[in-house]
Design a protein. Structure first.
Length: 227
């Protein structure tokens, strides 16, 4: 199991990492949400341990940002807050579990293993010969891995989940919630995604009709995969 711990209390983070290592659980550590995002873009984490109070943004906001970008790593939120309202806010942001400080290390391990098992059961999306492993950020077609950039992955995930025509506005809202999206940026992203899909199909000598992205002018995009 590979875990990402996002915690700015360095002594606590060190203690958690050392304990998890003794349990055979590999752990990466980030102090800020920005650093955590960089690690998430590079690695396939099984579970995220996320503190609520981070230097650059709240754990609530970071968790919600991940979910909006289609990143559904099973998440445990750590906090010293224990009111029902705080827990509700965490669950609304997209967290899967909640652990109040101070906590027993063995309880953390049990919750990590439970979330890993849940993630393995629930993060698979199948559409025809296209399969997406959400927590691993991996897409395959007929079992062949499609090499995708983080932005290409997010767009393909959105189109696959919707399995219908997705409006341009929804794509902008999901991929660029900060409002920095543009028509040219979307066109370039669609071009790159199509190129990545075509490269996989050509490499494995597969028919191009196995998966296509249709552009509906002034409306949006639709992923077409024969069922």
């Amino acid at each position: 199991m590979l875990v990402l711990l996002v915690e700015d209390e360095v002594p606590l983070a060190k203690l958690v990492c050392e304990y998890l290592a003794e349990e055979g659980i590999e752990t990466d550590h980030a102090i800020t949400a920005h650093h955590a995002q960089q690690l998430i873009d590079k690695h396939d984490f099984d579970v995220l341990i996320l503190d609520i109070n981070l230097p650059d943004m709240s754990g609530f906001d970071f968790c919600q940002q991940l979910r909006e970008h289609g990143i559904n790593i099973p998440t445990i939120m750590l906090t010293a807050r224990h009111t029902l309202a705080d827990k509700e806010q965490g669950f609304l942001a997209g967290t899967d579990d909640y652990l109040v400080k101070p906590f027993a290390m063995q309880e953390l391990v049990m919750r990590l293993k439970a979330l890993e098992q849940r993630g393995n059961r629930s993060d698979k999306i199948q559409l025809g010969e296209l399969a997406l492993a959400v927590s691993q950020h991996q897409a395959t077609i007929a079992g062949h891995v499609i090499e995708l950039s983080p932005d290409e992955w997010r767009l393909l995930l959105l189109l696959t989940r919707e399995n219908q025509t997705v409006s341009r506005q929804k794509i902008f809202d999901q991929l660029w919630p900060d409002g920095n999206g543009s028509d040219d940026g979307l066109k370039m992203l669609v071009f790159r995604l199509r190129k990545s899909l075509s490269a996989t199909l050509e490499k494995h000598q597969m028919n191009k009709d196995v998966i296509q992205i249709r552009t509906l002018r002034s409306i949006g995009l639709k992923l077409e995969v024969p069922l």
